[in-house]
Design a protein around this ligand. Structure first.
Ligand code: NAD
Length: 475
């Protein structure tokens, strides 16, 4: 763990192992921090805050820019570590490291764009000034599925704004967090500004983060259930919160779309990170008139995907994070099969040969999926593409919006009016129109409803770490 400028063990001396989800091999051992360690980290962050928040925006920008340079220099080593620890294919890990580094250079620039306003008064002898100030100590909790970019997406804006922070990474991916911290440390961030607490049991850490009045802001990415619990606890201390949670993305093919192009897009998007992405499509709505062409292309693509250890050439789908994740996918597929879904490709765990010691599920296509199936409502977080036939393009937007989640949605059409109407009608924070990658460090990322509160990235990302201060000057 990294507390107050030093790498330290847990005060209890306890540790836990980190394993490779493709092979079961133990990759390393990290400290199992508890509440006392989390409190020590908050002590350090809170002592460092006055000096750090007084640095100039140019100084903070320079350090973030240096961190960006170092992350780019180390990108191959970081990508290899990510594939070993998290499982995604090496090519996808390289793309994630680039995305992670993008947040550093983006917020290195945004640090210098935080400005204020001179506002009018009713009184001739009064002047108003409105400025931004850093919120204070930030507590961050991050998930395992994007184990480097989810850190930089929070650390970049928090540090740019002048906040200090304490971060707890997911228990499955602390080594990626450690390597990310090494980038920041080598860039020269002062002692106490960034602190890292690893833990095998996240609950006591979450209790300290939400219960310590010195924490001004909680930023969380993970499941809706945990986000809701942490948000409720932090409300008692009136902490500012951003919670980026789960999703259940619709992927709508309109009748005028090219079904082959759309199916290729669906195959590329759905199986990224083995489906373990909050913006992964979970309901593919395809007009019955195009279904056979769409399904043929989708099945042909999916049946060619190779599943295995992401370090090997040609692997398109890696392991899932753990056995519980495989069981969840298995249950959703079985439930759909029992209720009448077709399973033209995949449909089972992979347990033989090279798959024997990892957590693998075969890339799967489900057809004839209906609303009474669990997969129609619950996030899958696995490599399963559920196809739902529809007839009425007027109704499909209502079907797509019929979810408590509101993170990502995708639309395929060649008609600009259809595209614009869909963009306006869909209640989701991120909408891809003929586009399978509607994300970037330069645009806001976040959801509506059960998908969370707040936005990361873009111009808005830094606002989550800033307070507004108004000055009235009688002259
Ligand atoms: P999770 O909620 O179990 O874990 C996320 C993080 O929360 C981990 O660091 C974990 O240790 C921690 N955590 C768990 N219980 C806690 C508690 N009581 N107190 C404090 N911390 C606690 O989720 P997960 O299974 O690791 O991640 C997958 C979920 O994350 C999916 O639902 C996915 O949609 C979501 N996700 C969302 C985004 C987004 O930006 N919206 C990005 C990635 C993942």
């Amino acid at each position: 763990m990294f507390i107050d400028g030093a790498w330290v063990e847990a005060r209890s001396g306890k540790t836990f192992d980190v394993t490779n989800p493709a092979t079961g091999e133990v990759l390393g051992t990290v400290p199992a921090g508890d509440a006392t360690d989390a409190t020590a980290a908050i002590d350090a962050a809170s002592q460092a805050f006055p000096a750090w928040s007084s640095t100039t925006a140019y100084e903070r920008s320079r350090l973030l820019y240096r961190a960006w340079e170092l992350m780019v220099e180390r990108s191959e080593a970081l990508a290899q570590l990510m594939t070993s620890e998290q499982g995604k294919p090496l090519k996808a890990s390289r793309a994630e490291v680039k995305y992670a580094a993008d947040f550093l250079i983006w917020f290195a620039e945004e640090a210098k764009r935080v400005t204020g306003e001179w506002l009018p008064s009713q009184r001739a002898d009064q002047r108003f000034l409105s400025v931004k100030a850093p919120v204070g100590v930030v507590a961050a909790v991050t998930p395992w599925n994007y184990p480097i970019s989810m850190l930089t997406r929070k650390m970049g804006p928090a540090l740019a704004a002048g906040c200090t922070l304490v971060l707890k990474p997911a228990e499955a991916t602390p080594l990626c967090a450690k390597a990310t911290y090494e980038v920041f440390i080598d860039a020269g961030f002062p002692d106490g500004v960034i602190n890292l607490v690893t833990a095998a049991d996240p609950v006591p850490i979450g209790d300290v983060f939400t219960g310590d009045p010195r924490v001004a802001k909680l930023t969380f990415t993970g499941s809706t259930a945990v986000g809701r619990t942490l948000a409720a606890k932090s409300a008692a201390n009136l902490q500012r919160i951003s919670v980026e949670l789960g999703g259940h993305a619709p992927f709508i093919v309109f009748p005028d779309a090219d079904p082959v192009h759309a199916a290729k897009g669906a195959a590329a998007l759905k199986f990224l990170n083995a489906g373990q992405a909050c913006i992964s499509p979970n309901r593919l709505y395809v007009p019955n008139s195009l279904r056979s062409e769409f399904e043929e292309t989708l099945c042909s693509r999916v049946s060619k995907l190779q599943t295995g250890n992401g370090m090997e050439d040609g692997i398109g789908v890696g392991p899932l994070v753990n056995d519980a994740a495989v069981s969840k996918v298995e249950q959703q597929v079985e439930d759909a099969r029992e209720k009448g879904a077709g399973v033209p490709v995949g449909g089972a765990r992979l347990t033989e040969g090279e798959h024997a010691s990892g957590h693998f599920f075969a890339p799967t296509v489900l057809t004839d999926v209906r609303p009474d199936m669990t997969i129609y409502r619950e996030e899958t977080f696995g490599p399963v593409a559920p196809v739902i036939g529809y007839d009425d393009p007027e109704q499909v937007l209502d079907l797509a919006n019929d979810t408590n989640y509101g993170l990502a949605a995708y639309v395929y059409t060649r008609d600009i009016s259809v595209a614009m109407r869909a963009f306006e009608a869909l209640r989701f924070g991120i909408i891809g129109v003929n586009d399978v990658n509607p994300t970037s460090a330069s645009v806001p990322f976040g959801g509506m409803g059960d998908s969370g509160v707040g936005r990361e990235g873009g111009h808005e990302g830094i606002n989550e770490y800033l307070e507004t201060k108004t000055g009235g000057f009688a002259i």
